[in-house]
Design a protein around this ligand. Sequence first.
Ligand code: NAD
Length: 323
Amino acid sequence: KVAVFGVQKYDIKSLNDSNGEDSDVKFSFFDALLDQKTAILARGHDAVCIFVNDICDAGVIEQLAGLQVRFIALRCAGYNNVDLEAAAKFGIKVARVPAYSPEAVAEFTVGMIMTVVRKYHKAYNRVREGNFLLDGLLGFNISGKTVGLIGTGRIGLLTGKILAKGFNAKVVAYDPYPSNLAEEYGISYVDTLDELLVQSDIISLHCPLNTSTTYIINDDTIAKTKKGVVLINTSRGGLIDSYALIRGLKSGHISAVGLDVYERESSYFFADSSAKVITDDTFARLLTFYNVFMTGHQAFLTKEALENIGETTIKNLRDLEST
Ligand code: NAD
């Protein structure tokens, strides 16, 4: 019996489609994020199934252990929201879906780069008003520009490949664990993050969020980037210090930003489904910049990715039970 938290319609559909009616896996769907207050809903279930914004810290894990929950099945790749040490301490097994569709996120990232560089979002709003003037819409070619990737795992590599092979960009990357596929994909490594910051016209984040990467983009690192740099984050919000980002935008040092993820996005989801206004100060301030394009953690959302998430989650739950 599995308590599924933070569900939206697509979750219910993809999990049910992959499960089949006569399956031994039984779901209860809860329209709430997992946290200290909602953990009690897991009573009577063997597993909880969670996504990127559910909170699964040591306190929640202790509660789950007290409710005899034995498994945590993440239906996502990142696991920064789960305290793995606490899970191990209480003997709760954790599984995730590591590579459900790097293509989904890589293609979305490239689209986001094009959107902010060529100002699609601004142009769309103008054309809707019948305004065909082009002032303020000047972009630049990606071809020949230097794109810097922070992290070259599954998503970073593919993003780099599309940009190098498809756009003829010069793609450089920083990763403490370089990939041997990079050369074939047209990506060359720099030895330090600083080198990447200095060289890149566009910087895209593709590393996980952990203690060593939190605020990897901050006042100091922004100061090292080229004037007019473009920043893209489809990875995790906590990689960027939002106040530093706003300062960089205000000074004009950063020319454009694309964001799919936010530092405090857990509080944006379901906090109060009747409240349509997000009160987070940085979110509201970012919305005021025309050169910031924002989406709501959507990069993963393709038909193919959902099928894979559903199938792998069911398989993970069965494997957890049998090991
Ligand atoms: P991955 O584990 O395959 O790759 C991560 C890479 O980052 C690894 O190569 C690792 O060595 C590197 N890395 C670790 N620390 C680093 C550092 N300090 N500097 C530079 N590189 C570092 O992960 P992935 O599947 O490519 O996913 C990347 C990120 O994208 C994850 O954070 C994940 O949470 C996020 N993601 C977002 C969405 C979305 O919908 N927006 C969807 C899926 C994944």
